[in-house]
Design a protein around this ligand. Structure first.
Ligand SMILES: Cc1cc2nc3c(=O)[nH]c(=O)nc-3n(C[C@H](O)[C@H](O)[C@H](O)COP(=O)(O)O)c2cc1C
Length: 185
């Protein structure tokens, strides 16, 4: 099937059984046919160091190319200590450089935070949103997606529970509209 828009999904957890990764996969399955979601891996990115730009690591180049090649970006992240995990901030920083050559600029974005806790990663969600201002990425404001109770989202067979599915469906449908609107300008 051909899709109109490719969406780079950046997951802020490196954990094999990550709830966030599971939600990212669920969003990919629920996405309307206009969107094609693909997780862009961040676990191999060396910590950002400006001194390394002269001979940039292959993993940085691969990541920047994948972001540049996408039409939009969806961040799906846990909360660490009321903010975003270091691996995600590192990926954001890597993609933003070299100076003047940011891979992020202008790409429509949205943020989903997922936590086993009741607050649904609100702090992480807004930490990411704060960076999107400076990255010059138009971020979908509504619906907000603070997904709590992550340990109960999926059954043993990996099926998404029926209470959460309609919310994620609405979210990804609205995001498809947001991507279309912002790619048209
Ligand atoms: C260093 C660290 C800090 C954490 N801080 C928070 C926090 O501030 N808020 C929260 O809701 N959960 C916090 N957690 C718990 C995570 O939400 C939980 O580990 C979650 O499963 C991580 O997402 P994942 O399943 O996608 O890896 C923290 C976990 C770690 C490892």
């Amino acid at each position: 099937m051909s899709h109109e828009y490719s969406v780079a999904v950046v997951v802020g957890s490196l954990r094999k059984d990550s709830y966030n990764r599971q939600v990212a996969r669920a969003l990919s399955e629920l996405a309307p046919s206009s969107l094609s979601l693909k997780i862009v891996e961040i676990g191999d990115l060396p910590l950002y160091n400006e001194d390394a730009e002269a001979n940039a690591p292959e993993a940085w180049k691969r990541f920047r190319d994948e972001i540049r090649g996408s039409d939009a970006v969806l961040f799906v992240t846990p909360e660490y200590n009321r903010s975003m995990p270091g691996c995600l901030k590192n990926a954001i920083d890597v993609g933003s450089r070299p100076y003047g050559e940011s891979a992020w600029g202008g790409k429509p974005a949205a943020v989903v935070s997922v936590s086993p806790g009741a607050l649904g990663g609100f702090g992480a969600n807004h930490a990411v949103r704060q960076t999107l201002v400076f990255l010059d990425m138009p971020c979908m404001q509504m619906p907000e997606a603070y997904v709590g109770g992550a340990a109960n989202l999926f059954d043993d067979a990996g099926k998404l529970n029926e209470k959460t599915r309609p919310f994620l469906q609405t979210f990804i449908d609205r995001f498809a509209g947001w991507v279309k609107l912002n790619r048209a300008v």
